[in-house]
Design a protein around this ligand. Structure first.
Ligand SMILES: CC(=O)SCCNC(=O)CCNC(=O)[C@H](O)C(C)(C)COP(=O)(O)OP(=O)(O)OC[C@H]1O[C@@H](n2cnc3c(N)ncnc32)[C@H](O)[C@@H]1OP(=O)(O)O
Length: 398
C-alpha cells in the first residue's frame, strides 16, 4: 500500500474509471453508454488509489436516500468498486472503504448501501445482507387466471420524457410503504433507470413504459424479445393496490407474440405468487441477495426507524471499524441511548444491519450462533420490534 495514494478522482480521469471498471468486470462499455457512465460518475464522490499517477483502484459513492421502516435516510450508495488485478490483496479496497466510512460519517449519512459482486467481500467491513430479490417466470401460453379482479381502468404508454413526472409519485408511494427502495429524482429516472443498458439487453426492445393513471395508480417497465420464443422481460413494476397490480400482470401476460414473462428482480413476497389461480403457472425460479447495508451511525439509524412493538431492550454492539457504534445501547421506539445495564443481546454490526430493514430474522442469526442471547427470547423481541408488513425490496441499479 505504501506506493499508493488514496485521493479524489478528478473529472479529467472519469474515462480512466470506466476503463478500469471494464478491466475488472471483464466487459466493454459500449460507446453509446459512455455518456451515461460519465453522468453517474460526475454525480458521485469518487475515491481513487493511484500508483505513480495510474488509477489502480476506485470506489464511487452516489448520495441517495434509502427507505427504511417509517423514514427516508441519507445514504452513501457505493458502486464502481474495483482494484487492478496487479494490485489486489494489498489492502487497497480496505483503505477506500475506510475513507468511505469517514466521508459518510462527516456528511451525516447514517447508512451506506451497495450491491455486491461477491458475497464474501463486504461482511468484514460491517455490511449485512439486508434484502433479497426473487425471480419469477410466468408461462403465458395460456391466459393468466387471477384470484382477484384486475382494476378495469385502461392502461396507456408513457413517453420517456414524461417518466419522472408520471412514474415518480407512484414509485415514491411504493418505497414509503416498503423499505429498501431508493428515492429517484427526475435526473435519476431520465438517465439512471429507464435507458439503462446491460449486455443482457442485447436483442431486446427499448424499454416500454405502461401506466394506469390516477390514484390508485401503477406502472410497469419492460422490454420484449422475439427470438424463436417471445419473451416479456419485466424490469420494474409498482402499484398502489392489488387490483392495479393484477391489471398490470394481466397486461404483461397478454402481449401478443409472446409466451413467457420473465421478472428477475421482484420482491420475495410478490403478490403475483398469491394472485395466480394456478400457482404452477408462476414459477419462483430463484432468490438471491440484493442490498447490503452498513450502519454508519447505528444509534441515529436505530432512532430513525419505526418500531412494531412497545418494548425496550439492551444490545451490546460490536463494531471493529466504527468505534462510535460500539457498546451497550438501550433501544425502544425512537430511542437508542448508551447504558451500563446488562445486555439482552450481543451482536456484530453486520448482523444488526442485516436485520435493520426487517428482512432477516435475528432469531435465525441466533440459531446460527451469530447473535448471542443473554436474556432468553431477546432475539424474538427485537424481531417483533423490527417486523415490517412488506418484505424489504431494492430494484435500483446504482
Ligand atoms: C459495490 C461494488 O462495486 S461490488 C464490485 C466489487 N468489485 C469486483 O468484484 C471487481 C473484481 N475484484 C476487485 O476489483 C478486487 O478484488 C476487490 C475490489 C474485490 C478487492 O480489492 P482488494 O484491494 O484486493 O481488497 P483488499 O486487499 O483490501 O482485501 C481485504 C480483505 O478482503 C479479502 N477479499 C477481497 N476480495 C475478496 C473476494 N473477492 N473474495 C474473498 N475475499 C476477498 C482479502 O482477502 C482481504 O482479506 P484479509 O483482510 O483477511 O487479508
Amino acid at each position: 500500500m505504501s506506493d499508493l495514494e488514496i485521493r479524489t478522482v478528478p473529472e479529467a480521469d472519469l474515462d480512466q474509471m470506466i476503463v478500469l471498471a471494464d478491466l475488472v468486470f471483464h466487459g466493454r462499455t459500449p460507446d453509446d453508454e459512455y455518456d451515461r457512465q460519465r453522468w453517474i460518475l460526475r454525480r458521485a464522490e469518487r475515491t481513487g488509489a493511484y500508483a505513480g499517477g495510474v488509477l489502480a483502484g476506485q470506489l464511487a459513492v452516489v448520495p441517495m436516500r434509502l427507505s427504511v421502516p417509517g423514514a427516508l435516510l441519507d445514504c452513501s450508495a457505493v458502486t464502481y468498486v474495483g482494484v487492478l488485478p496487479t494490485h489486489r490483496r494489498r489492502g487497497v479496497l480496505t483503505s477506500m472503504i475506510e475513507r468511505m466510512h469517514a466521508d459518510a460519517a462527516a456528511a451525516g449519512r447514517p447508512v451506506a448501501a451497495l450491491w455486491a459482486s461477491q458475497s464474501a467481500i463486504y461482511g468484514r467491513y460491517g455490511f449485512g445482507l439486508a434484502d433479497r430479490i426473487a425471480a419469477l417466470e410466468i408461462d403465458t401460453r395460456r391466459p393468466l387466471a387471477l384470484r382477484a379482479d384486475p382494476d378495469p381502468r385502461p392502461l396507456r404508454f408513457v413517453d420517456r420524457d414524461a417518466v419522472p413526472e408520471v412514474l415518480g409519485p407512484i414509485h415514491r408511494r411504493a418505497i414509503e410503504r416498503r423499505p429498501g427502495g431508493l428515492v429517484r429524482d427526475a435526473e435519476w429516472w431520465r438517465c439512471g433507470i429507464v435507458p439503462r443498458v446491460h449486455p443482457e439487453h442485447e436483442g431486446r426492445s427499448e424499454p416500454r413504459v405502461v401506466v394506469m393513471d390516477g390514484e390508485p395508480g401503477g406502472y410497469a417497465v419492460y422490454r420484449t424479445e422475439h427470438n424463436g420464443q417471445g419473451t416479456v422481460h419485466l424490469e420494474d413494476l409498482e402499484a398502489d393496490t392489488p387490483a392495479v397490480e393484477a391489471a398490470l400482470w394481466r397486461f404483461l401476460a397478454e402481449i401478443d407474440l409472446t409466451d413467457r414473462v420473465s421478472a428477475p428482480t421482484r420482491p420475495v413476497d410478490d403478490l403475483l405468487r398469491y394472485l395466480a389461480a394456478d400457482a404452477d403457472q408462476v414459477a419462483f425460479v430463484r432468490d438471491e441477495g440484493a442490498l447490503w447495508l452498513r450502519l454508519i451511525d447505528a444509534p441515529a439509524a436505530l432512532r430513525a426507524r419505526s418500531w412494531a412493538s412497545e418494548d425496550d431492550l439492551v444490545i451490546d454492539l460490536r463494531d471493529a471499524r466504527l468505534p462510535a457504534n460500539q457498546g451497550r445501547w438501550r433501544l425502544s421506539a425512537g430511542t437508542c441511548e448508551p447504558t451500563a445495564d446488562e445486555p439482552d443481546l450481543s451482536l456484530d454490526t453486520a448482523e444488526l444491519a442485516a436485520a435493520y430493514l426487517g428482512g432477516t430474522r435475528l432469531r435465525a442469526l441466533a440459531r446460527a450462533g451469530l447473535v448471542t442471547e443473554h436474556t432468553p427470547g431477546a432475539a424474538d423481541r427485537l424481531d417483533r420490534a423490527f417486523a415490517v408488513p412488506l418484505a424489504p425490496y431494492t430494484n435500483d441499479d446504482f
